[in-house]
Design a protein around this ligand. Structure first.
Ligand SMILES: [Zn+2]
Ligand SMILES: [Zn+2]
Length: 310
């Protein structure tokens, strides 16, 4: 080995650990988490990714956070992109979110506000997302987790099809209880997380099939619950919508192994208390989908949708 080769070998060894996150790792493919809430300190963000075997994540943020996001990105180059949200009832919402996109945000979300899904507040966000060519990630929920929690982006089952029709240039990413409970045709807002076999022909299943501008974010107990109800349905659903589904965690555990989680703010989600939602859902998807479909759902689709290099 000559001196140049020796130096190259040393340099390669020095950078090897920082490249490890891009490896296929324990899931057999690198994983992108489309639904990861920004944590206050950079190490907390990275610890969850490393612990759960996740390569990259989309930081969901609210308000003026560009510097905070930059600190996380500096600590782990290439591993984080971000979405931004802002109170849609405020008159300056369009201005603030336009500025966020100019500062590097690649989408709006998560949008979680006490307004109607087809109301004027969100309609102007749908139009703005189309103008700025960024997706919008929406939390749909009609059933309280705790008394008087309130509802969020209401009317999904009844009105959202009209929105998909009215805003064909907007890319929508659906998430949360009402989005996922409506995979079953017999759902009428009885429970946050319905159980038992899925009756075919649910609103969400139909909309994902019919509208190219709708995608599904599999995060949280809601996504996990929907995919845990009926293994035959799940296998078929993942196969049919393999180009429209995105893995996300919405996990609040500290270490990617379920540490520090009580789910005390959501007693209805007790089935995943003490577990890492990312791990639970990745395991579920891996055993329910073909290797090719799994790779799209946990990695490929997010890169295509967000136009970022894989
Ligand atoms: Zn949410
Ligand atoms: Zn976790």
């Amino acid at each position: 080995m000559n001196r140049r080769e020796f130096l190259e070998t040393v340099a390669a060894a020095a950078v090897a650990p920082t490249l490890a996150w891009q490896d296929a790792g324990e899931w057999g493919t690198p994983v992108f988490d489309v639904h990861f809430h920004l944590r206050p300190q950079p190490p907390g963000n990275i610890a969850h990714l490393d612990g759960a075997g996740i390569a990259k994540a989309n930081l969901l943020t609210r308000g003026n956070v560009a510097q905070q996001v930059q600190a996380v990105q500096d600590r782990a180059p290439g591993r984080f992109i971000w979405f931004n949200s802002y109170d849609v009832t405020r008159p300056d919402a369009e201005q603030v979110l336009t500025q966020a996109v100019k500062s590097g945000a690649q989408g709006f979300g998560e949008m979680k506000f006490h307004v109607a899904a087809d109301g004027p507040e969100l309609r102007r966000m749908y139009a703005l997302a189309a103008d700025l060519k960024v997706p919008i990630l929406i939390h749909f929920q009609e059933v309280d987790h705790v008394p008087n929690e309130g509802t969020w982006s209401t009317g999904f089952a009844k009105t959202f099809e009209s929105i998909l029709k009215a805003y064909p240039r907007t890319t929508f990413i659906g998430h949360a209880d009402a989005f996922w409970a409506n995979v079953s045709e017999d759902y009428h807002n009885e429970a946050a997380y319905p159980s038992g076999p899925v009756r075919r022909g649910g609103v969400t299943d139909r909309l994902l099939g019919d509208y190219p501008n709708l995608f599904g974010d599999l995060s949280a107990n809601s996504g996990n619950n929907a995919m845990s109800r009926d293994s035959e349905f799940t296998a078929d659903f993942l196969k049919r919508h393999q180009d429209k589904l995105l893995f996300g965690s919405d996990c609040s555990c500290t270490d990617g192994h379920g540490g520090g989680v009580g789910q005390t703010n959501n007693p209805a989600a007790a089935r995943i208390a003490g577990k890492c939602v990312a791990r639970e859902t990745l395991s579920l998807l891996k055993r329910s989908a073909s290797p090719a479909a799994f790779q799209k759902i946990v990695w490929g689709n997010a890169h295509r949708l967000l136009r970022i290099p894989a």
